[in-house]
Design a protein around this ligand. Structure first.
Ligand code: PSU
Ligand code: MN
Length: 302
């Protein structure tokens, strides 16, 4: 648990030492995934929901070059207000951020690295990065997928947005040996909608079953993590044809404006929220809450 670059909050340190359930939360969703002030409200509510479901929340970020696991209220507010002024940090960026004593918001990949260093095994987010549409030409494949194959943290998400190529994303995860578990579903959810048309290899209906798989992977000393896909609650699920149309529009704008690299995902998220007049954001927030609750219950059983 000790690393010179790691800074645990007192609360997280105490929970880990006492072997109590802890759930990691990412910060790119705060600074690059949602607008202010909804991002800060959501981040705080996630922490509350983790607690209500029996786990200590550990929001992760890099501040002053320190790998912070467990943030206080001011730190959350800072990241939310700073938005795109703080760096979006994935695996490749971490050593440079430390060298520059810089501030950064951690993606799924980077949050997994911080969580694993701290000894946290379960992590909740909204959606993961994946294989982008057209990746056979652009090679735009999120580092999140590679991280899932090498870092032993279970990520609970609502599937992936259809800004990605969901079929190729599932193929990639299969190739990399990442178990994908549908929580109460046989189908990969597509973030805003409960259905995608792609099957998941496994379905589990209880947190205890998922925890048993996590323990087994650990007992086998598997290097990687697992992906739990948890569908958005029915009440907040969006109309598939409508959201697919909005996503198609956002994708063509992205291409027309020549947006590249790590700017792609934040650009698409922001455009989709704008075009839907905030409806997609409302759904996004609810699915994150749902994931935090499930992750906390899994963490309680591991
Ligand atoms: N997908 C979402 N919301 C998000 C992200 C992805 O629906 O906020 C963020 C996560 O932090 C994820 C990152 O790890 O974007 C992936 O970025 P990229 O595609 O550049 O790897
Ligand atoms: Mn990318």
């Amino acid at each position: 648990m000790y690393n010179q670059h790691l800074l645990l909050s007192e609360e997280v340190r105490a929970a880990l030492q006492a072997n109590k359930p802890v759930v990691a939360l990412e910060s790119t969703i705060i600074s690059h995934g949602m607008p202010y002030p909804q991002n800060v409200e959501t981040a705080r509510a996630c922490e509350r929901i983790a607690r209500e479901n029996g786990a200590t929340p550990a929001t992760c970020a890099i501040l002053g070059g320190k790998l912070c696991v467990g943030l206080n209220d001011e730190q959350l507010e800072y990241l939310g207000k700073a938005g795109h002024k703080v760096a979006k940090v994935s695996r490749r960026d971490i050593p440079v951020m430390i060298a520059h004593k810089a501030d950064g918001a951690t993606t799924v990949a980077a949050t997994m690295i911080l969580a694993a260093l701290a000894g946290i095994r379960v992590f909740a987010t909204g959606g993961i990065g994946g294989v982008h549409r057209g990746a056979e030409v652009t090679m735009d494949i999120s580092a999140d997928l590679e991280e899932l194959s090498q870092t032993p943290v279970t990520v609970v998400c609502a599937g992936a947005k259809s800004i990605l190529d969901l079929g190729l994303t599932m193929e990639y995860l299969e190739t990399k040996g990442v178990p994908v578990i549908g929580y109460g579903t046989d189908e990969l959810p597509a973030f805003y909608t409960r259905q995608s048309g792609f099957a998941v290899p496994y379905r589990m209906d209880t947190p205890a079953e998922i925890a048993a798989a996590i323990r087994a992977a650990r007992e086998l000393a598997y290097p990687g993590g697992m992906l739990v896909v948890n569908p958005i609650p029915e009440a907040y699920s969006m109309d598939k044809a409508y959201i697919d149309g909005v996503i198609a529009q956002a994708l063509s704008e992205c291409e027309a404006q020549n947006v590249r690299g790590k700017a792609v995902t934040p650009f698409l998220l922001a455009r989709i929220a704008e075009v839907t007049g905030g409806d997609s954001l409302a759904s996004n927030i609810q699915l994150v809450y749902n994931n935090v609750a499930v992750a906390a219950r899994i963490a309680s059983e591991v």
